[in-house]
Design a protein around this ligand. Structure first.
Ligand SMILES: Cc1ncc(COP(=O)(O)O)c(C=O)c1O
Length: 435
């Protein structure tokens, strides 16, 4: 093992020995290399005369650039756009994102969490998480309705087993008991279990209520108290888009991150969905756990391992993208702009609810519970979801996503409010055509 990795492991062990049991084999071996990076950093400070360390090209004191490239980048210097960003992410953006976590999650106040490490969108944050914290044959627990890419990341790429519980009970409530049963069963057979929570949820658009969140936190903490190491990974891709009273308005990460030494909470979030910059690919990975003594060195060690993982994979997330997100977050209109978009999506969600309360649809489908996010799902009663999807596409020019035999996912995030009734009437007509 590299001596730097050994040092990081010692620091982590001192602060919370359970974390060492949770790290994957790769995770234990990860470190942030000193080599060229630290020599360049030293040279940046001291090589005042000639600095021939960095793997970029320079000219006349600045980065060498093509004017045809820079003419597309308005308002950002080459040093903020075309040069490399650190593997950890731009320091100011990391601090700003961390500040925003405390603002968006008031009950995080007084709790210590790591600085977020920047990733290439949340997909890459999940995959980085999987590299550092999962070994083949580990288990990740998640509901049966889920974002399909989890299978690719955890199961196909990492050979991790997925263990599912039915997301909703027969009477349409979030299945906290099913989650508990699945977690307890897996905890009996494994020294480490990973629970993936995704609120607002893809595909259903469901976020747990405050009460359900409290119950989940209690269940998870009890499992940790009984001796199993638990990692709860919170995919908060659609964070903030909560539309109803009683719905948990903060990340469940907030409640989990200092709840038990055998419990590691990991928050995966980003600007992609929250700030409507999907293609800029800016995501973050943040840790929260119980640390004996000063938490800072332990978080620093975890951040170094995480940045080492980024370094060995994509090297660093786009500097241009990170700078755009940072500029936008520092803009005085940022919050007002976000509020405005939130209101648009909330109003669409309310219109979907009101349209779907029309009793005429009851013969064709049931509506899964939804209260947040970009999506909602219906469960078809009499026709096959894929058949209907193709029929709607071919005959009405309407595109939806079919999931399994019965479910259709509607991304109301991309439908204007004025088109929502038309959309569901066409789906209803499609059901009639095929019945
Ligand atoms: C639940 C969930 N997590 C993560 C992602 C990926 O987000 P990103 O575009 O930031 O990689 C998606 C995208 O569809 C998603 O639905």
């Amino acid at each position: 093992m590299n001596p730097i990795a050994e040092q990081l492991n010692e620091t982590i062990s001192r602060g919370n020995p359970s974390l060492m049991e949770m790290l994957s084999d790769v995770g234990k071996n990860l470190f942030f290399p000193k080599g060229i990076l630290s020599q360049s950093a030293e040279a940046r400070e001291k090589a005042t005369r000639l600095n021939a360390t960095i793997g970029i090209a320079k000219q006349e004191g600045g980065a060498m650039v093509l004017p045809s490239v820079m003419s597309c980048v308005s308002g950002l210097a080459p040093e903020e756009s075309v040069t490399y960003a650190p593997s950890f992410g731009i320091p100011e953006l990391r601090r700003k994102w961390q500040e925003s976590l405390y603002e968006k999650n008031p009950s995080l106040a007084g709790k210590a969490v790591s600085l977020p490490v920047a990733t290439n969108g949340i997909t890459h944050a999940i995959s980085t998480f999987a590299d550092i914290w999962t070994d083949p044959d580990d288990v990740v627990i998640m509901p049966d309705m889920m974002w399909g890419n989890y299978s690719m990341i955890f199961n196909v790429r990492k050979k991790v087993r997925l263990s599912h519980y039915p997301m909703f009970t027969a009477n349409g409530a979030y299945n906290v008991e099913g989650l508990a049963a699945c977690l307890e069963k897996e905890a009996k057979n494994n020294q480490k279990v990973i629970l993936l929570l995704n609120f607002p949820h893809n595909p259903t658009g469901y976020t747990v209520t405050e009460t359900e969140a409290d119950r989940i936190v209690k269940i998870v903490t009890d499992v940790a108290e009984n001796g199993t190491n638990v990692i709860v990974v919170c995919d908060d891709a659609y964070f903030g888009l909560f539309y109803e009273e009683g719905v948990l308005g903060e990340s469940i990460f907030t409640r989990l991150c200092e709840s038990h030494p055998r419990l590691l909470a990991v928050k995966l979030d980003g600007a992609t969905k929250e700030n409507y910059v999907w293609g800029l690919r800016v995501g973050f990975l943040t840790y929260g756990t119980v640390v004996q003594g000063d938490a800072a060195p332990v978080y620093d060690a975890l951040e170094r391992k995480t940045a080492g993982c980024v370094r060995g994979n994509i090297s660093n997330a786009s500097h241009l993208s990170q700078s755009i997100v940072l500029r936008s977050m520092k803009d005085e209109n940022y919050q007002a702009e976000k509020n405005e978009k939130y209101e648009v999506l909330k109003s669409r969600a309310q219109t979907v609810k009101s349209v779907l309360s029309d009793p005429k649809y009851a013969s064709a489908w049931d509506v899964y519970p939804f209260n947040s996010g970009y999506f909602m799902c219906i469960r078809l009663k009499s026709v096959n979801a894929e058949k209907l999807r193709v029929h709607l596409l071919d005959n009405y020019g309407v595109g939806l996503i079919s999931l399994g035999e019965h479910d259709l996912r509607v991304a109301f995030s991309c439908i204007e409010e004025s088109e929502i009734r038309t959309l569901f009437d066409i789906v209803y007509q499609g059901v009639q055509d095929l019945s």
